[in-house]
Design a protein around this ligand. Structure first.
Ligand code: AMP
Length: 228
């Protein structure tokens, strides 16, 4: 365990739960500025593998294109490997993982192996109809990963990233039919995690259908309010 001014600092593992489009990525990026923990987004890890044309990336892409979940064994191995790196000893902000009960159990086992555990699970909730609208008009920067929305958070110059001038693009799986499938998959396979973490007393519901800064304030309070 790390020491800060002579006192041991408990590692902090935060699992951000919520449907696709709830704002997990945007909120995690801001929360990270405040907390200085690695942001581990399973979707980003898969996209990175795909960019590098690894076997794992090509295998995952077939599922991602359909808006389906990548099989648990592949996903768990990838995230557990990431969590075993030295930058995760102080904790991590997990975004998009776990997405199934089997993944949640594997995560517990991986953390418990080193005497670690999840401290808090903020769940960002947003009505489905708002999610479809958000995802369909979402654009990203290929260089820094900044997210924009045509109506709610447009770039200063259309199609160009404010941070670095990158040419914005739309994710293939943000097309309307795939978005609807991703939401159906969320309700079927991921939403049981809400009950799972509620029973453990570590779930905090966050209203994601409010301005970004307000969601962030609620999220910071939820994370700070938990000693784990
Ligand atoms: P995201 O960027 O979190 O929306 O993830 C994009 C896609 O990556 C998902 O639609 C899935 O196909 C895949 N993916 C990301 N995280 C997971 C996970 N924990 N389990 C299975 N598939 C995942």
């Amino acid at each position: 365990m790390e020491e800060k001014q002579g006192k041991p600092v408990e590692p902090k593992y935060v699992v951000l739960l919520g449907p696709p489009g709830a704002g997990k990525g945007t909120q995690a990026a801001r929360l990270r500025e405040n907390m200085d923990l690695p942001h581990i987004a399973s979707g980003d890890l898969f996209r990175e593998h795909l960019k590098n044309k690894t076997d794992l990336g090509l295998k995952a892409n077939a599922f991602m294109e359909r808006g389906e979940l990548v099989p648990d064994d592949v996903t768990i191995a990838m995230v557990v490997d990431r969590l075993s790196r030295p930058d995760c000893v102080r904790g991590a902000l997990l975004d998009g993982f776990p997405r199934t009960i089997a993944q949640a159990e594997a995560l517990d086992r991986a953390l418990a192996g080193d005497g670690r555990k999840i401290g808090v699970v903020p769940c960002i909730t947003v009505p489905d109809e708002v999610l479809v609208e958000r995802l369909s008009d979402r654009w990203l920067c290929p260089i820094c990963g900044e997210l924009y929305h045509v109506l709610f958070s447009p770039p200063r110059q259309p199609g160009v990233c404010d941070n670095d001038g990158g040419e914005l693009y739309q994710r293939d799986d943000d097309k309307p039919e795939t978005v609807r499938n991703r939401l159906a998959v969320y309700w079927e396979q991921t939403s049981p995690l809400i009950d799972h973490y509620t029973r453990r007393g570590i779930l905090v519901e966050i209203n994601g259908d409010q301005p970004i800064d307000m969601v962030q304030a609620d999220l910071r309070a939820a994370v700070a309010g938990n000693p784990g």
